[in-house]
Design a protein. Structure first.
Length: 130
């Protein structure tokens, strides 16, 4: 009799950006993330909310710093940060800045790509029911 190997697959696959049960840190900018995800939404962690340039309000130019934009959008707070879900969006001709949550975003012209944040995500940056 030949030995039979069993292959067990998890029905609950980890979220994109999740490795071994922990969430990877967010790339520096939306452009860096969009290059990694090939246009798919991604959960990542902003555990030490940082600084960096932010352009736009609610819809951010891809060149914006992800964790600073997440603070601006109100999806994380200082000092703890937390998981975010970044959703790619088409580029815009113009981005309007604003002051929110201690972050001032700037106006700017066109960007080829944009991103926004999906709210109400779990500790892996995944929305309920997915």
């Amino acid at each position: 009799m030949r030995p039979v190997a069993l292959l067990l697959l998890s029905l609950a696959s980890p979220a994109l950006g999740q490795s071994g049960g922990s969430l990877m840190g967010c790339p520096a900018t939306g452009a860096d993330l969009l290059a990694l995800t090939q246009g798919q939404p991604m959960g990542c962690a902003c555990w030490q909310p940082g600084s960096g340039p932010v352009w736009g309000t609610d819809l951010y130019a891809a060149e914006s710093a992800i964790c600073a934009a997440a603070l601006h959008a109100g999806v994380i707070a200082r000092p703890t940060g937390g998981p975010v879900r970044v959703v790619p969006a088409p580029g815009q001709a113009r981005y309007t800045g604003s002051a929110r949550n201690g972050i001032v975003s700037a106006d700017r012209g066109a960007s080829a790509q944009s991103f926004r944040f999906e709210r109400n995500t779990d500790r892996y940056g995944v929305p309920p029911g997915r």
